[in-house]
Design a protein around this ligand. Sequence first.
Ligand SMILES: Nc1nc2c(c(=O)[nH]1)N[C@H]1C(S)=C(S)[C@@H](COP(=O)(O)OP(=O)(O)OC[C@H]3O[C@@H](n4cnc5c(=O)[nH]c(N)nc54)[C@H](O)[C@@H]3O)O[C@H]1N2
Ligand SMILES: Nc1nc2c(c(=O)[nH]1)N[C@H]1C(S)=C(S)[C@@H](COP(=O)(O)OP(=O)(O)OC[C@H]3O[C@@H](n4cnc5c(=O)[nH]c(N)nc54)[C@H](O)[C@@H]3O)O[C@H]1N2
Ligand SMILES: [Mo]
Length: 756
Amino acid sequence: MQSEDAPLKIKDPKTWAAGTPAVISSLKQVMSTAGPIRGTKALLELNQTDGFDCPSCAWPDPDDHRAMTEFCENGAKAIASEATTKVIDEHFFANHSIEEMSEQSDYWHDQQGRLTSPMVLREGATHYEPITWEAAFDLMADELKGLDHPDEAIFYTSGRTSNEAAFLYQLFTRHYGTNNLPDCSNMCHESSGSALGPAIGIGKGTVTLDDLHTADVIICVGQNPGTNHPRMLASLEKCISNGGEVVAINPLREAGLLGFAHPQKISGMLNQASPLADLYLQVKMNGDMAIFRGVAKTIFARDEAAPVSVIDRDFIDEHTAGFDAYAEACTASSWDQITQDSGITREEIELLADKIIAKDKKLITCWAMGLTQHKNSVDTIREVTNVHLLIGAIGRSGAGVCPVRGHSNVQGDRTMGIYEKSPESFHLGLERAFQFKSPRKHGYDVVEAIHAMHKGDAKFFLAMGGNFLQAAPDTKFTAAALRKCNLTAHVVTKLNRSQLVTGKIGLILPCLGRTETDMQKAGRQFITCENSMGIVHMSTGRLKPISTHLMSEPAIVAHLANKVIGNTKVIDWLAFADDYDLIRDAIESAISGFENFNIRVRKSGGFYLQNNAKDRIWDTPNNKANFGNAALSIFKKKDNKHLILQTLRSHDQYNTTIYGLDDRYRGIGNQRKIIFLNPEDMKERRIKPVQKLRITSHWDDGQRHAEGFLAIPYEMPRGAAAAYFPEANVLIPIDSTADTSNTPTSKAVEISLEVM
Ligand SMILES: Nc1nc2c(c(=O)[nH]1)N[C@H]1C(S)=C(S)[C@@H](COP(=O)(O)OP(=O)(O)OC[C@H]3O[C@@H](n4cnc5c(=O)[nH]c(N)nc54)[C@H](O)[C@@H]3O)O[C@H]1N2
Ligand SMILES: Nc1nc2c(c(=O)[nH]1)N[C@H]1C(S)=C(S)[C@@H](COP(=O)(O)OP(=O)(O)OC[C@H]3O[C@@H](n4cnc5c(=O)[nH]c(N)nc54)[C@H](O)[C@@H]3O)O[C@H]1N2
Ligand SMILES: [Mo]
């Protein structure tokens, strides 16, 4: 464990990612926590077709050839965190009061090891105490049966949950009578779904790995793949070696977008990095809509000037609606506004447009949280899609849109119905298969769930994974909301702060991790996941479970449902827990696209889910792909002297799980409470490097504060600032959310600074 008192170390930011430092870091992490035998076994099974799916990100595995080491540094860290041999047992909880544990950092929490048996925090108690599974289920069932209305219960899901567990969970929730199924997606790619649904009829990406390898241009916008999707770098490299180009759009110069040393190649092991981004646009915070509008304007201009059409008129005529209104919106956006909003020159935007149309217009745009967590995210993502529609760069080889998913099964969870507002077709499928009345009233998303608990409208909170308190915005407000519940319960693998801020009663329900063998009555079970490209595949745990008292996620849901609902004419809940093939049969009977699920998923590599947009079939109300025509917008500060803070991930964390205290690529060691600032902005405010700051965020309902953040000068546009999530979440106002998707604006918080 790193010392949390070690002094801050600062180095120059790196200009390439991976190479031997990544391999060394992987091995060090895994071997030090899991030991050589368990550690080596874990790494060899990772992402192999008969092994387990990496619990880290949702980047797909190669369809054909898998290297023995098909993992990345951060996948290895995720494994190390889960496969650790350190355990938290009853004695740990007897020795550590809630108050004591609350004073420790998130890093400390993760370092304590795996949770091993169910625990309860009784009303007024200072310590968790042991409880049997049976008694824990009874507590929850009594609480649920005692509520005035099913809508007083909230069922949260984090995106590591398997398809099998997720399907059972929503089936139980809907039998219970509510759609209160908020999930981490609400804070993540919800804006992508909200934009892509009306535009192309499906809230998912439309490309495969092969498409990435054969694209002319890949734009990575609002995404830091070097840290968050490291295996994507191999695809970017392959695209370049096939003659394609990579363009980065990001306020920060991220190492993983600048260069890559492939750890599975000799050159990479010698740390010979190949350059990645050919063009790097250091956009102002939230200036992306302007860039894409500028690209469209350039394409219109080139089209007018060229003898042959640059715009794909055949595609537009046959496949789209709303072109004229979009063309008008482009005319209405001035270059002055575009360059002012984006901070990028007209020449550079034109250069980008010219790259896109130079060859076959095989464009892929990849994005993540830098686009989704802004007020105007949905309009921005519509604008990205508009550019694709303009040149027909969708639904053909080497071209399409690629929202790069976060959690390894967040996309699958949605497919399984973890959604507070599932479409009518989904409910009809459930009703047909299970002969019950599925409730239609929309449930709460994350932000609405927090408000409901705060107001006392919701009293029961169950989390299937995740760390709700730390992941949600406005930490103090969210804590107050959770404290108002009668009961809060968490199905988790590791201790986190959400278990320390509880309702009157708190429950810890420790479950098997994805790396571990899952033995049930019918024998060894596997689960399935859907990756970022819509491939459903199996994952089989191979390590010995860290404790004999763990239950699997599907078994926990089945037992709870058995207590609360009991068997129905067509459902035997406990049978589902005995044999997951039965859950997969149930999925097949209720959700289209899963025909012969049990057979197809057993084939090596799994199967692609039907994605109509890939075939240029548009499941929109008008059966067309629709252009958006929103006016240009950008985040407006109330006070011009203020800065815009984004909250992002360091290289040593997985969301709220803190693996270490460094951010190697950005040159930071031993410290997480830092704020990156533009050097000129610092000078203007008389802030010296590493001075301690108090940050104040400003919102309609008042101010929020965070103290003790060290100022780090960093190359970024004027007016931008960056601090790590979750430490900075106290600053994010609960009601500052994206239009339509209601995603917290974690990448745009108006702040001021004071030297402490
Ligand atoms: N190792 C590791 N892997 C992960 C995760 C992790 O925590 N650790 N988390 C997983 C999850 S759930 C997710 S959702 C993904 C997240 O993956 P990312 O979205 O890459 O994660 P962030 O750290 O939030 O990075 C946001 C990036 O967007 C940029 N950005 C911020 N604002 C803007 C803007 O206005 N415009 C543009 N163009 N760029 C902007 C930031 O500078 C940063 O590079 O990663 C997944 N994979
Ligand atoms: N300020 C700010 N806030 C953000 C973001 C941001 O960029 N900035 N990003 C948002 C995003 S993109 C996301 S996805 C959310 C993430 O929100 P969550 O998904 O709620 O949070 P995680 O940190 O991924 O959850 C980690 C916990 O999951 C549990 N866990 C790990 N593996 C398993 C498992 O196999 N089963 C079960 N049952 N539990 C397991 C462990 O106990 C661990 O402590 O945070 C959001 N919050
Ligand atoms: Mo995410």
